[in-house]
Design a protein around this ligand. Structure first.
Ligand SMILES: *Cc1c(COP(=O)(O)O)cnc(C)c1O
Length: 377
């Protein structure tokens, strides 16, 4: 039988047609008509003041670090249980990451443990909405606000998710989105920065265009463009944007399908999980999830290893997830070491993710479910 992959990419709608249209224009430069349409759609759906497409979420986070003027010696609070870019974007500017503990239920930054991490050197807090389930944002925003520190949302998993009726990615000063192949909406490699405060717009456009005011030049606001600031090359090609538009314009159908798959996993696995001491994802009442992934927490590391081996032997690509940043070789340079964040370390050792993608068929999901039910830790 064929292997069921962890993720499968593919066209969801008009991607081919839109890419052909982009090619037929004779120009696929970034900031073209397809990029503008993606940005308008993102602004309309999230209510962000401005959305700027970027070449990745990592680059959107790097732009955020520049926009916030992060400098050597600054501290940035990041959850240890996350992707490296949430820390690296700030480390590139010379900042010291301060690794925060996560909650054992949502696997998001533990808001109750945040205040003592905020010092007079803290310049940002990065909130990562794990799996597309919101962090406890009101508490995080209040603690950061009291300390005068902006919150950057790493919303790589979270587009179209919400918290108390507000779209994720728009609650902090800045929100970073990913359109990497593994995310709900993709163009292979891509991202966006949501600017939730109008004062960021002018400088953000310059940073993204190699430090020049080329964006204003294209709009006819200046008659030549010049070097204005630091910057890099973070504009997404219009060919990628055309593909992305084909995905984003299907967002209602995509999210509905992912929700159905997610709820089907939960319904099918609830009894098995309860019998074997396995936890399924937790969604607090005030969160509208973005249905990014479906994970299990096995009772211990040995059970997780046995579970992954069992799934692989059955032709199913179940996978683990983040290795804690604070116990990594790079994290050690910032004072990280085993033992300091017990929830993070325990979760990282016990988590497993099941295959979960928009194009997954019911038959494929039935095979995954049957194989899981066949496992006893
Ligand atoms: C995928 C991911 C990123 C990085 O996204 P890229 O677009 O690949 O740079 C950052 N943060 C989180 C939480 C992610 O899952």
């Amino acid at each position: 039988m064929d292997m069921i992959p962890f993720n499968r990419a593919g066209a969801l709608g008009r991607e081919r047609e839109l890419m052909a249209e982009a090619l037929a224009r004779g120009s696929i430069l970034g900031d073209g008509p397809f990029g503008k349409r993606c940005e308008a759609l993102l602004e309309e759906c999230t209510g962000a003041h401005r959305a700027l497409l970027t070449t990745s979420c990592t680059h959107a986070l790097e732009m955020a670090a520049l926009l916030l003027d992060i400098r050597p010696g600054d501290e940035v609070v990041v959850p240890s249980f996350t992707f490296v870019s949430a820390a690296n974007a700030f480390v590139l500017r010379g900042a010291t990451p301060v690794f925060a503990e996560i909650r054992g239920d949502t696997l998001n930054l533990d808001e109750r443990l945040l205040p003592p991490l905020l010092t007079e050197r803290t310049r940002a807090v990065v909130a990562v909405h794990y799996g597309g389930v919101a962090c406890e944002m009101d508490t995080i925003l209040a603690a950061a606000g009291k300390a005068g520190v902006p919150v950057v949302e790493d919303a790589a998993h979270a587009l179209f998710g919400g918290y108390r009726g507000r779209p994720l990615g728009t609650l902090g000063a800045l929100g970073a989105l990913s359109f990497h192949e593994t995310k709900n909406f993709s163009c292979g490699e891509g991202g966006a920065l949501l600017l939730n405060d109008g004062s960021f717009v002018g400088r953000a456009e310059i940073l993204r265009e190699k430090g020049t005011d080329r964006s204003r030049f294209w709009r006819g606001e200046v008659d030549k463009y010049t070097w204005r600031d630091v910057g890099s090359s973070w504009v997404l090609s219009d060919l990628s944007a055309a593909f992305l538009l084909g995905q984003l314009e299907q967002h209602e159908r995509v999210q509905a399908r992912r929700r159905a798959l997610w709820e089907r996993y939960r319904a099918a696995l609830a009894d098995w999980a309860a019998r074997h001491g396995v936890s399924l994802p937790h969604i607090p009442g005030d969160c509208a999830p973005a249905w990014h992934l479906f994970h299990l927490l096995l009772p211990d590391a040995a059970a997780r290893a046995a579970f992954l081996a069992h799934m692989h032997a059955g032709g199913i690509a179940a996978v683990f997830h983040y290795l804690p940043l604070h116990t990594s070789p790079m994290g050690a340079r910032f004072g990280g070491r085993a033992g300091i964040l017990p929830v993070t370390e325990s979760v990282a050792a016990r988590i497993a993710r099941l295959p979960f993608y928009t194009l997954m068929t019911d038959d494929e999901q039935d095979r995954v479910i049957a194989r899981v039910l066949d496992f006893a830790p």
